[in-house]
Design a protein around this ligand. Structure first.
Ligand SMILES: [Zn+2]
Length: 289
């Protein structure tokens, strides 16, 4: 298992459980987020260290501890995914910063590393979401819904279902059974942010227009066919959009005869793409799509 948590972040102190959260904020970690949690996972899967050190929550809570779960902070490691600002529980709406698939993967990996280091067993009482605390640990929480939906996997509904998925994936990682992460050149599993003011969505590469995405929308990148990107929209639809430009796409742009080289590949962009923490896209954008 590749390490995503630096050893320096994990002091050797006894810890009993890991509690997962989402911040109900944006895709980046705010100062408030950093004070409440020991580790934060941003929308593009980047892992950020919070302000409190783990040892402030060990044994008994000490000044400056991470206050992430009501009456359940002692010996608890609080990790949070930066997302779900403006989300509504019912009828469910993921809001303007939906939890992303890459963010979830990075979170699962971070949880697994802490579980291994602190020798925390994978059980519903020891690795769980905030939304499960009341049911699994019998510690009353103020009406909080927290992680009970996964926008990228709509079939997951409920705290136990989300927690079970987390525990299954953590156990698989610890057992060395995790699927290998997708690699470049196609940044499958990456996150794209629409940079064109409006970008048409199509039902296939060069297919019929089915709708459009606005600038700033985050999509999950599934694959590339020529200059066409297959992405999953926040609502969960699989669509095609014209892309791009970044080092990995130059060859595709050059070899596509339907797309005359009207300008250098590096000067056009409709989607900015990240793979994990690495931003692959140049900043200059042509808005003609
Ligand atoms: Zn929480």
């Amino acid at each position: 298992m590749t390490s995503v948590i630096p050893a320096a972040w994990m002091p050797r102190v006894p810890m009993k459980r890991i509690i997962g959260h989402w911040t109900a904020g944006n895709h980046t970690a705010s100062d408030t987020d950093k004070r409440a949690y020991y580790v934060l996972i941003e929308g593009i899967g980047k892992i950020i260290r919070g302000v409190p050190s783990i040892d402030l929550n060990s044994g008994s809570i000490k000044n400056g501890y991470a206050a992430h779960t009501l009456n359940c902070n002692t010996d608890s490691i609080g990790l949070s995914m930066c997302c779900m600002a403006g989300a509504i529980e019912s009828p469910f709406s993921a809001g303007r910063a939906p939890l992303t698939a890459v963010q979830w993967s990075a979170f699962v990996r971070a949880v697994a590393e802490h579980a291994r280091f602190y020798q925390i067993p994978v059980t519903p009482q020891t690795i769980l979401f905030h939304a499960e605390v009341q049911a699994n640990l019998c510690i009353a929480q103020r009406a909080k819904w927290d992680v009970i939906r996964l926008p990228f996997e709509p079939s997951v509904v409920g705290a136990k279902e989300a927690g079970d998925k987390l525990r299954r994936e953590v156990a698989a990682l610890l057992a060395g059974n995790a699927p290998t992460a997708p690699q470049e050149p196609v940044p499958a599993g990456g996150i794209g942010r629409i940079t064109a003011p409006v970008l048409n969505t199509r039902n296939g590469p060069n297919g019929d227009v089915t709708g459009s995405l606005k600038a700033g929308t985050l999509v999950e990148v599934n694959g590339l066919d020529g200059v066409w990107l297959n992405v999953t929209t926040p609502a969960g639809f699989s669509v095609w959009c014209i892309a791009i430009t970044s080092p990995w796409s130059t060859a595709h742009l050059r070899s596509n005869r339907r797309s005359p080289a009207r300008t250098a590949p590096s000067s056009i962009a409709s989607i900015a793409i990240w793979t994990n923490s690495k931003h692959l896209e140049p900043d200059n954008v042509d808005h003609r799509f």
